[in-house]
Design a protein around this ligand. Structure first.
Ligand code: ATP
Length: 201
């Protein structure tokens, strides 16, 4: 039987890194951001975005400039709401489909949903367990500045539109602390994977 684990946590807390470790252990990973990126390439979504934000958020190749759109909507909560209105039902439906495929006969022991808005979107209901990836804001900001070149205020701007982290932490079944090095994180995640495998058998 497939156990579905939902990963949540602050921006840049290490959800994708945890998902990557679980993937190496054989888990199927459903990455909400990758699902979004695929949807952004569809004619229907591109049209809806063009109608609202115009050609300026598209590159010369006709593809959506996701960074440009993010800059706009994270500074305008009404715009973000409108974008979510277009995207959320589609993302949720695609993830539901992928989870169902995972649970089909012969699926992997573990299926991971890596979705920053796991609770807000209601995707939590698809999960058998949830894990909160915990990392303090200073460390997250430093890692994101180094790896993505983000300005320090980007984390705040994006998190302002999410449920408070305390609440997400409280409702999670596991807390995965990610303030140390990658080897420590790997050890912790492997322990959780082994535990879930045992309880799922
Ligand atoms: P987002 O909220 O944007 O989806 P995320 O929670 O998935 O981000 P990651 O992309 O996994 O976070 O990690 C953010 C950055 O921090 C990445 O560059 C990653 O390589 C780095 N990182 C994660 N964990 C560690 C760690 N324990 N030690 C050093 N760097 C780390």
């Amino acid at each position: 039987m497939t156990t579905v684990i939902g990963l949540t946590g602050g921006i840049g807390s290490g959800k994708s890194t945890v998902a990557g470790i679980l993937s190496e252990k054989g888990a199927k990973v459903i990455d909400a951001d990758a699902v979004c990126a695929e949807l952004h390439k569809t004619t229907e979504v591109k049209q809806a975005i063009r109608d609202k934000w115009g050609r300026a958020v598209f590159g010369p190749d006709g593809e959506l400039d996701r960074a440009k759109l993010a800059d706009i909507v994270f500074a305008d909560s009404q715009g973000l709401e409108q974008l979510n209105h277009v995207m959320h039902p589609k993302v949720i439906s695609k993830i539901e489909q992928e989870v169902a495929e995972c649970g089909a006969c012969g699926g992997p022991a573990l299926c991971v949903i890596d979705a920053p808005l796991l609770q807000e979107s209601g995707l939590e209901r698809l999960c058998d367990v949830t894990a909160f990836v915990e990392c303090d804001k200073a460390t997250r900001t430093r890692r994101l500045t180094e790896s993505r070149g983000w300005a320090p205020d980007q984390v705040d701007r994006r998190e302002a539109h999410q449920q408070p982290l305390d609440r997400k932490r409280q409702t999670a079944d596991f807390v995965i602390t990610n303030t140390g090095d990658l080897a420590t994180l790997r050890e912790h995640v492997e322990q959780i994977a082994a535990h879930l495998k045992q309880t799922g058998d």
